[in-house]
Design a protein around this ligand. Structure first.
Ligand code: SAH
Ligand code: F3S
Length: 434
């Protein structure tokens, strides 16, 4: 008989991707499992869920129903991640064939729940900030490294603080050690992860010298084998001058910044408890553009938050016009359990929300068309990390544009100068010039 096999599906954000890598490491190194892409041959089926918006939660139950029909006799099903955290036992009540439920802050218990029938481990006070997970990375070229768990902000729309608990920073020496090991084994790009990265150092679980996110960036950049540093997600409120200066000055820090706006209206930002104003956001974005020529700025925007008027929405459109984000992730407000905003009055009717979302996205599409017209002929350093069908290889520029060129394996893991020959809205084609 061969080794036991597991199948894993990962939804949601980069932190979930990293949590899945941690689970893979634990299962393969401590439990003797091997991965499979074929559900029917798996002995263990895991789904790592997201609960930030309502739709994926609905989909979860239909999806695990399908898993249950297709799985081989005796295979176990585990529901992990943020939806596991906030629904807990209810998952087993609604889907009794589920074998265990493992919350987003209890990833290190994967080897325990496997052996406990109907286990539900969803403690959001659990501290795994110093747990030594086994090593596994989906990509040999890029390493995700967690720098904190949980989130201390209480944005009124957001369920994350209720699924991942309060924020605890991971000790800097553990982060540096992990980054060094990854970079020395070939992952020259380090991607630092947390829900609110630039709040790093606010709380550690033990004694720890004062360390800010800016300090941490310096420490990681001093590792010789590290060539590129990216991070997500920073919070606009914590973009102080020291942080922007380090971002601008440090050649290893990639020049793409995520600045999640959420709304352009100061009144709505207040109701969301974001802690900044429209003017603060615009000033920080302008300063960033001025300090870092060629920087790309991405953002998250929620439309139709309760009480959002036409005028509030115009403020969001105004920020879009002024900042001209290179990338936009936009959502219609979705009321979430455990959050204050679910009880707010003046819900915006769904058709108005849809119309606003459409207008925002259409205008952003036009901005991208305007930006793309200027891209052809530009030369960028591209770090190649992925083979694509049709003899293509893809990588990212320093400012996070996706570029593919003709080529094969020998380009992987290399950083080369590429001239953009055809520009698209989200991805470009190019040719290697050096
Ligand atoms: N700190 C994380 C936030 C995770 S949630 C980060 O900045 O990436 C990711 C995005 O989902 C948020 O920035 C927000 O734009 C969106 N979002 C969160 N809760 C939402 C809700 N209730 N309805 C719609 N969008 C939401
Ligand atoms: Fe959510 Fe706000 Fe934290 S969006 S993850 S509560 S910074």
């Amino acid at each position: 008989m061969g080794a036991k096999k597991f199948y894993i599906e990962t939804l949601g954000c980069a932190m979930n991707v990293r949590d899945s890598e941690h689970m893979v490491a634990e299962l393969t190194q401590k439990e003797g499992y091997e991965p499979t892409d074929t559900l029917e041959e798996a002995d263990l089926i895991l789904i790592n869920t997201c609960s930030v918006r309502e739709k994926p939660v609905h989909k979860l139950f239909s999806e695990i129903g399908v898993f249950n029909k297709r799985k081989k006799e005796g295979a176990k099903i585990g529901v992990c991640g943020c939806t596991a955290s906030h629904l807990g036992e209810e998952i087993i009540r609604r889907a009794p064939f589920v074998d265990f439920v493992l919350g987003a802050r209890n990833v290190s218990k994967i080897t325990q729940v496997l052996h406990k029938p109907k286990a539900v481990e969803v403690d959001i006070d659990y501290d795994e900030s110093q747990y030594a997970f086994g090593e596994f990375r989906a990509s040999p070229y890029k390493a995700y490294v967690n720098i904190s768990i949980g989130c201390d902000k209480q944005c009124t729309f957001c369920i994350v603080p209720h699924t991942r608990g309060e924020e605890i920073s991971i000790p800097a020496e553990l982060i540096v050690r992990e980054a060094k090991r990854a970079a020395e084994s070939g992952a020259k790009e380090i991607f630092l992860l947390g829900q609110n990265v630039n709040n790093y150092g606010r709380r550690f679980s033990g004694e720890h010298p004062k360390t800010t996110f800016t300090d941490l960036l310096k420490m990681v950049s001093e590792i010789e084998a590290v060539e590129r540093i990216r991070f997500t997600s920073p919070h606009p409120l914590h973009m102080d001058d020291a942080f922007l200066e380090e971002f601008a000055r440090n050649p290893k820090i990639c020049k793409s910044m995520h600045m999640p706006l959420q709304s352009g209206s100061t009144r709505i930002l207040k109701a969301m408890k974001r802690g900044y104003t429209k003017e603060w956001f615009l000033e920080r974005a302008a300063k960033l553009r001025e300090m870092v020529p060629g920087v790309s700025i991405s953002t998250d925007i929620i439309v139709a938050f309760p009480g959002e008027t036409e005028e509030d929405f115009e403020d969001t459109m105004d920020v879009l016009e002024k900042v001209r984000f290179e990338q936009l992730f936009s959502f219609k407000y979705s009321p979430r359990p455990l959050t204050p905003a679910q009880h707010y009055e003046n819900r915006v009717p769904d058709d108005i929300g849809s119309a606003r979302l459409k207008r925002l996205q259409e205008r952003h599409g036009e901005i991208l068309d305007e930006l793309k017209a200027k891209r052809v002929g530009e030369v960028h350093r591209v770090y190649f990390e992925e083979l694509r069908p049709g003899g293509m290889v893809a990588g990212r520029t320093d400012n996070n544009m996706l570029v593919s060129v003709e080529g094969s394996e020998e380009l992987l893991g290399r950083t080369l100068s590429v001239e953009i020959t055809e520009a698209g809205r989200t991805a470009h084609r190019g040719r290697v010039v050096a």
